[in-house]
Ligand binder design. Structure first.
Ligand code: HEM
Length: 340
C-alpha cells in the first residue's frame, strides 16, 4: 500500500461511523430496529445543512466585501453556489421517502425515549433561516421558538440575528444597481419619467378588482419610504422589477438568475416543510411533538409564515406585457449589451 492520505482517516470515518448510539440499546430498554434509520437520516440531514450553511456563508462573505460588480466573477460565483443549495434542498426533500419506510408503529417503539429532543432543536436549521433573513418577529410561535434550546445554542441564534442577513445584502446590491442614477443612459427620459410611463401602462392593465394594486405599486415602488417590516426598499424593488422586465438583455441575465435562485431556495425549503409536515401527520397523527409543540399545527403555521424571499415573488404582480414595455434609450440598451 502507498503512503499518503488514507480513505478512512481523511473522512474521519472512525468518528462518523461510531456516532450512532441508539437510546433503545441502553440498559433496561428494548432494541428498536428502526432507530438506526432515524439517527442516520437526521445525521445526514445535519451534514447537508452544514454544506448549505457553508455555501450560504461564502455567498454572504462575497456580498459583504462591498461593491459586488455585475461585471466580475463574483456574481457568477454567488449564483453558482446558491444553485448548488437549491440542488441540495431538492435532494433533502427526497430523503423523506426513506424515512417514510418507518411505520407509525415502528416509531412508537422508541419515540417516547426521545423526549424532549426534537428536530426543532436543530441549530443549523434555525441558523439557516436566520442567515437567509427570517426575522424573529415573523416567526410562527416565537415565544416557544428559543425556549427549547440550551442557552449557548439560543445565543448562537441571537448572534446570527444580529448579523446582516442575505436578504439585506441582496437589498443593498439592488440599491447599488448601476446606471439608474446616471442621466446619460436615459436620454429624453429620466428614470422618473420611465416609472411614470410604466405606471400608466400598468394601471391600464389592471382588472376592476385589482385597482388597489396601483396604490400598493406606488407605496412599495415609487415612494421612497420603507416600512420597518419590509426587507426590500422601494429603490431595491424598482431595480428588481427592472431586472425582471428587461432580463433578456445580457447584462441582466445573471441578476435575473440571482432573483430566481432566491425564490427557488424559498420554494425548496417550503416543499421540505410541507413533506416533513405531512410525514409528521402520517406518523404521529394529531399528537404533540417530542419537542412539546402542537405538532402538525405548529408545522403548518411555520409553513405558511416562514417565507423569506416572498417580497420578490410579490413583485410579479407589477409586471406588464413585454410588448408594452417602455422603450429604453439606445445608450442604455448598449450598456445592457455585451459591449458595455
Ligand atoms: C419520525 C420522523 C419525524 C417526526 C415525527 C418529526 C416531528 C416533528 C415535530 C412534531 C416537530 C415540531 C416540534 C416538536 O414539537 O417536536 C418537528 C420539527 C422539526 N423537525 Fe421533525 N420530525 C421527524 C423527522 C425529522 C427529520 C428527519 C428532520 C431532519 C433534520 C427533522 C427536522 C425538523 C426541524 C428542522 C424542525 C423544526 C421546524 C420548524 O421550526 O419550522 N424532523 N418535527
Amino acid at each position: 500500500m502507498k503512503d499518503g492520505v488514507y480513505y478512512s482517516d481523511y473522512l474521519q470515518l472512525d468518528k462518523i461511523l461510531k456516532a450512532q448510539m441508539l437510546e433503545s440499546d441502553k440498559s433496561g430498554k428494548v432494541h428498536a430496529h428502526d432507530e438506526m434509520l432515524f439517527i442516520i437520516i437526521h445525521q445526514s440531514y445535519e451534514l447537508w445543512f452544514k454544506q448549505v450553511l457553508y455555501e450560504v456563508g461564502s455567498v454572504m462573505d462575497i456580498f459583504a466585501k462591498g461593491k459586488i460588480s455585475d461585471n466580475s466573477p463574483d456574481l457568477y460565483t454567488v449564483h453558482h453556489r446558491l444553485k448548488r443549495v437549491v440542488t441540495i434542498l431538492h435532494m433533502l426533500v427526497g430523503k423523506i421517502d426513506i424515512l417514510e419506510t418507518m411505520t407509525p408503529l415502528d416509531f412508537l417503539d422508541f419515540r417516547d425515549m426521545l423526549r424532549p429532543a426534537s428536530g426543532f432543536q436543530s441549530i443549523q436549521f434555525k441558523l439557516l433561516e436566520a442567515l437567509l433573513g427570517l426575522k424573529m418577529e415573523s416567526r410562527h410561535g416565537k415565544e416557544y421558538y428559543i425556549s427549547q434550546l440550551r442557552p449557548e445554542d439560543a445565543q448562537v441564534i441571537h448572534d446570527a440575528e444580529k448579523t446582516k442577513p442575505l436578504i439585506a445584502l441582496v437589498n443593498e446590491w439592488l440599491e447599488r444597481m448601476p446606471f439608474f442614477d446616471d442621466a446619460k443612459y436615459w436620454q429624453g427620459m429620466d428614470t422618473n419619467s420611465f416609472w411614470d410611463k410604466y405606471k400608466e401602462v400598468y394601471s391600464a392593465s389592471l382588472a376592476d378588482g385589482e385597482k388597489n394594486n396601483l396604490l400598493v405599486f406606488e407605496e412599495q415602488l415609487l415612494s421612497n419610504v420603507s416600512k420597518p417590516e419590509w426587507s426590500l426598499s422601494p429603490k431595491a424593488r424598482r431595480a428588481a422589477l427592472f431586472i425582471m422586465l428587461y432580463r433578456d438583455y445580457p447584462l441582466l441575465q445573471l441578476p435575473f438568475g440571482m432573483l430566481n435562485v432566491l425564490l427557488e431556495i424559498d420554494e425548496g425549503i417550503s416543499i421540505w416543510r410541507y413533506r416533513h409536515m405531512s410525514m409528521v401527520h402520517r406518523i404521529i397523527g394529531m399528537r404533540t411533538g417530542t419537542g412539546g409543540s402542537t405538532g402538525k399545527d405548529y408545522l403548518s403555521g411555520a409553513l405558511a409564515k416562514h417565507h423569506i424571499f416572498s417580497e420578490f415573488a410579490a413583485l410579479t404582480s407589477f409586471l406588464i406585457e413585454r410588448n408594452k414595455l417602455p422603450q429604453l434609450s439606445p445608450s442604455l440598451k448598449e450598456k445592457l449589451g455585451y459591449n458595455s
